[in-house]
Design a protein around this ligand. Structure first.
Ligand code: ZN
Ligand code: ZN
Ligand code: ZN
Length: 256
């Protein structure tokens, strides 16, 4: 199993529009963070987790070859508003692409992208997808994807457990609480990617220290923090977190 961080930034992205702080002005590519998305490749499957506003740039920059299925964590703007560009994959692959999310997420997607189901448009002009409510694990070829309910402020949204090629990876980009039932699913993890927004506490995201504590408790072989703000300079944060947690950057590819 191989995965690529397509984006590791918070909803504003880094640099943030109109900010001239040191991190936003940094020329180091590791301080340029697109909105959160993950690309996971197993032996035969190519899975996308969230289609943020930067999706087209991410696909072109980091070489997303094809898309077997899309999984959506929740319908916040920073996770879905690149969705229209999925039409290139349905056109190239000449097929409908399954899109999975919680019933609430799928309902919102049908509303926000109401033109997708209209047959009057040509096949190439809109994303051709199969919106599907996900409440149970689903097999995509040899990969198994299990929804992981987590708290995100007042909402319960999804992270995802991805099993394939004998490896276990979990992706939870937006979260400020992990219920016990979900924690029980996060045993013997090969890799764990978790929201750790910024140094200060936030009502809907784990802070960096809350993220590090949760990652320690989960105890995956490899731990990663994501959904970062301009409050964190890449190298400073990596030095602070030490070997226990990797601070990823856009385009970082990991093979398990
Ligand atoms: Zn987000
Ligand atoms: Zn800034
Ligand atoms: Zn969110």
């Amino acid at each position: 199993m191989k995965f690529t961080f397509l984006g590791t930034g918070t909803s504003h992205g880094v640099p943030m529009i109109g900010c001239d702080c040191d991190v936003c002005r940094s020329t180091d590519l590791r301080n340029k963070r697109r909105r959160c998305s993950l690309y996971v490749v197993t032996e035969h499957q190519h899975l996308i987790f969230d289609t943020p506003p930067d999706f087209r740039d991410q696909v072109l920059t980091f070489g997303v070859e094809r898309v077997s299925a899309i999984f959506l964590t929740h319908p916040h703007a920073d996770h879905i508003y690149g969705f229209d560009d999925v039409r290139r994959f349905s056109a190239l692959q000449e097929e409908h692409i399954p899109v999975y999310g919680s019933p609430r997420t799928i309902k919102q997607m049908r509303k926000k992208f109401d033109y997708v189901d209209r047959v009057s448009y040509g096949f190439q002009s809109v994303p051709r997808v199969l919106f599907t409510d996900l409440t149970e694990p689903i097999a995509v070829g040899e990969a198994l994807v299990t929804p992981l309910p987590v708290s995100h402020g007042q909402d319960t949204i999804y992270g995802f457990l991805i099993e394939g090629d004998g490896k276990r990876l979990a992706y939870i980009p937006d979260c400020n609480g992990i219920p016990d039932e979900t924690l029980r699913l996060l045993e013997k993890m090969d890799a764990m990617i978790l929201d750790g927004l910024r140094p200060r506490p936030h009502p809907t995201h784990f802070s960096i220290s809350e993220c590090a504590a949760a990652l320690k408790r989960i105890g995956a072989k490899r731990s990663f923090i994501t959904h970062l703000t301009h409050n964190s300079e890449h190298h400073d944060l990596q030095a602070r977190l030490g070997e226990a947690v990797t601070v990823p950057w856009d385009g970082l590819e990991i093979t398990l």
